[in-house]
Write a protein that binds this ligand. Structure first.
Ligand SMILES: Cc1cc2nc3c(=O)[nH]c(=O)nc-3n(C[C@H](O)[C@H](O)[C@H](O)COP(=O)(O)OP(=O)(O)OC[C@H]3O[C@@H](n4cnc5c(N)ncnc54)[C@H](O)[C@@H]3O)c2cc1C
Length: 430
């Protein structure tokens, strides 16, 4: 873009889009600019999605953050005075025998991961432990993505070290995790309100349906719920959608944008409310159980509710279960909870209410998982910028969204400042 711009259009009002808008709106350079955010849904937050049921805030999407890893999210939470509490699920209840020796086993293998840069984690484990024990290890870790062929040993160790349920098997054993008392939507809502105060305009129910090439640049085509279309052609055009969504919009994504490639994994969370906290007498309060069955990770939140969280094949499994009817789903959950706790199905009470959420592309990442990946991508002529948490080394985390939004905005501010200086020098010269 060669002319001095005074407008920005941002598509997507998740954490990435809001952070980008807010950083621009706060800058001196962009004072007086028109900053517009277009969002397909009628709410902000994207995959940060809190619901309120039975007097409880439930995070259907993003749920927790770590004060040692997610420094920017932690800082925002404190600056915005959002109430937070310990996310207790770093204490694993050992239910699989191998979990007792897992930390030692992973410690012993860690020095060997550099020799296996091009292998998958499961191949790496099989090489040293044999196939059956390798499977036991992955089952004991609770994240099915660890078995994907694209997950190398170093990515797998990173996942293990940076997730609350598994950090106990690594040197990050004492890291502190938190959740927001009113859910992660409280963060995106607070940032949204700040952006509004700074004059950012939000337009809901506006879906980006195409990135169209015209003359020497690319335009964004938006469509509202009545099918009315508008074209965004001026100023900076920033698309803050995850790679899976970019692929739907542009069948040449990612190849005409970058040499990196992207993957995603489905996620499923199910929440259950009971008349009595039956898990208390089993000593499970505020504990997580990792099981081999499709429930995979089962959490007992205080005396309030129980939830499970799965990725990959098992997320698809549960999506299929719910499509077969509520009773079918609830019975399967009950059976698998019983199995996980080595109890009879009859001894597990029937939940009086529940909710769930399936995310087709819950977590998105660069397959190369390379720290050099830029925070944003541009089309050849720089007329459209794409940014996402998936491009950052915190892919799959709100932290990645904060970083991508902020860094992209800072790059625009810096480019704009240098164009202004050049312009002023030219005016002074004439
Ligand atoms: C189940 C689950 C659990 C998670 N757990 C955690 C966690 O514990 N901690 C953590 O930090 N992170 C977690 N995450 C990840 C976190 O939610 C994401 O990293 C973060 O939300 C990414 O933000 P984003 O703005 O880049 O993308 P998104 O949140 O996906 O936002 C993109 C926005 O663009 C909109 N949009 C999409 N397509 C269009 C279109 N065509 N036109 C207009 N608008 C469009 C969407 O509606 C959305 O609002 C979790 C995610 C899921 C799904």
């Amino acid at each position: 873009m060669s002319n001095i711009e005074h407008s920005v259009s941002i598509v997507g009002a998740g954490i990435s889009g809001i952070m980008c808008a807010l950083t621009l709106a706060r800058s001196q350079t962009c004072k007086g600019w028109s900053i517009n955010v277009y969002e397909q849904k009628s709410r902000v937050g994207g995959r940060a999605h809190t619901t309120f049921i039975n007097d409880q805030f439930l995070d259907l999407g993003a749920g927790r953050f770590c004060s040692q890893i997610h420094l920017n999210v932690y800082e925002l939470v404190k600056t915005l005075n959002l109430e937070y509490e310990t996310f207790p699920f770093t204490q694993l209840k050992t239910s699989q025998p191998i979990q007792k020796e897992l930390k030692q086993l992973l410690d012993n293998l860690k020095p060997l991961i550099d020799e296996h840069r091009n292998d998958s984690f499961s191949h790496f484990l099989s090489t040293y432990l044999g196939k059956s024990k390798a499977l036991d290890v992955i089952m004991a870790l609770g994240y099915d993505s660890l078995s994907l062929p694209i997950i190398s040993p170093s990515i797998a160790y990173d996942i293990i070290e940076k997730h609350p349920e598994t950090q106990g098997f690594s040197e990050n054993v004492g890291y502190q995790w938190y959740n927001l008392k009113e859910g992660f939507s409280a963060l995106t809502q607070a940032l949204y309100e700040q952006a509004l105060l700074l004059g950012v305009n939000f337009h809901f129910n506006q879906e980006l349906v195409a990135i169209e090439h015209s003359l020497d640049c690319h335009n964004l085509i938006l469509e509202d719920q009545q099918g009315q279309r508008q074209t965004l052609s001026k100023g900076y055009k920033i698309v803050t959608l995850p790679p899976s969504r970019m692929q739907l919009l542009d069948n040449e994504f990612p190849t005409r944008w970058t040499n990196y490639s992207y993957g995603s994994s489905p996620l499923f969370k199910g929440f259950f409310f009971y008349l009595d906290p039956w898990w208390q007498e089993l000593g499970l309060t505020d504990h997580v159980v990792i099981t081999r069955n499709p429930i995979r990770k089962l959490y007992f939140k205080d005396s309030k509710y129980v939830f499970f969280y799965t990725d990959g094949e098992n997320a698809l499994y549960w999506q299929d279960m719910v499509s077969q009817g509520e009773q079918h789903y609830l019975q399967a959950v009950r059976n698998f909870i019983a199995d996980a706790l080595h109890q009879s199905a009859e001894s597990i009470p029937v939940a009086h209410s529940h909710t769930y959420k399936f995310w087709t592309h819950g977590v998105e990442f660069s397959k190369e998982c390379c720290p050099e990946h830029p925070f944003y991508l541009t089309l050849g002529d720089d007329s459209v910028i794409s940014l996402s948490d998936a491009y950052t080394h915190h892919c799959g985390w709100m932290e990645g969204g904060v970083l991508a939004g902020r860094h992209t905005a800072e790059a625009i501010i810096s480019k704009q400042s240098s164009q202004l200086r050049t312009h002023e020098a030219a005016v002074a010269f004439t």
